[in-house]
Design a protein around this ligand. Sequence first.
Ligand code: ZN
Length: 378
Amino acid sequence: MAGDRELLLEIDVGRAHELLESDEPPVLIDVREQSEWDTGRIAGALHIPMGELGENVEPYRGRALVLYCARGNRSLRAAEALSQQGFEGVVSVAGGIQAWEQAGFPVELPAGLDEEQRKRYSRHLLIPEIGLAGQRRLLDASVLLVGAGGLGSPAALYLAAAGVGRIGIVDDDVVDESNLQRQVLHSTAALGEPKVDSATRRLGELNPDVEVVPYRERLTPENVDRVLDEGWEVIVDGADNFPTRYLLNDASVWHDLPIVHGSIFRFEGQVTVFAPGSGPCYRCLFPEPPPPELAPSCAEGGVLGVLPGVIGSIQGSETLKLVLGVGRPLVGRLLLYDALEGSFDEVEVRRDPACPVCGESPTITEYVDYVEFCGRPR
Ligand SMILES: [Zn+2]
């Protein structure tokens, strides 16, 4: 009477869909092998391969069970075996996930990596702190880079290479001969081209998994909210001027977004993380910009070509740590690098309760436009 049993033990995909959508859905079990499961599955399914059903299915005894496999053969055998073991209300989906898909029902793509990604990110997958889940996290991450210059170059290249899935780049400049000594994102062929275009092309060549969102504009009090509202998790500050740095700081406090800050001058660089709520902001350290005549960044200061490579790479590393939630970020710690000395130093930096922006009674509550004040030549 095998035929009768099959009638009892099999349901078609339409009925399966109906049951799964009902108020009391059955337990859906995918009995295929790992490699098949990795190619896609029906949403909400548990994965218990045929050979592992035994004890793993025991907890669901007494519940309505719907089993499926690729074409419905293995799951029918499994349903037969389970019903012989006294499971009641076990059915198999006739035609399996193939029939399900052909009927137009949705198949959930795995939150895993495809074959190419497994190779590309294999050195991340080997690290327990990252692994498959961490790499998925990176691929789902959104990081905003302000500035595609010296600091932004290594940060952008390494974040893209690491598989950060969405990278925004804000820069209104074009590639100039004097940039190429350190801005390794750009090439001689890109001279005269907007930096965001040159960056988008280069990052696309490096890693097709990355979506680059270019903003060919300079951050201003008028556009900063619009740009920061577009779903970013971490901001990398690679700005070369005080107006942008202060604007970005105030915006990040009000938008509750961490900033990975870097700055460079001649042979010295510094890097830290400003995390609103858990550490100081830039204004806790420097409440107001220096007067324009004393501000080296308002004019162009000289810089050793490789220095932004060191500082921007550390910014990239801090960004990955924040996205992955691993390690000890540079919050409340200012890391100083002296290339001439070949030394790193660390200075503790504290949140200032009297900070004009993140303090207890803020005195700055709207954006300050320092651009004209600074008089930076465009
Ligand atoms: Zn502050």
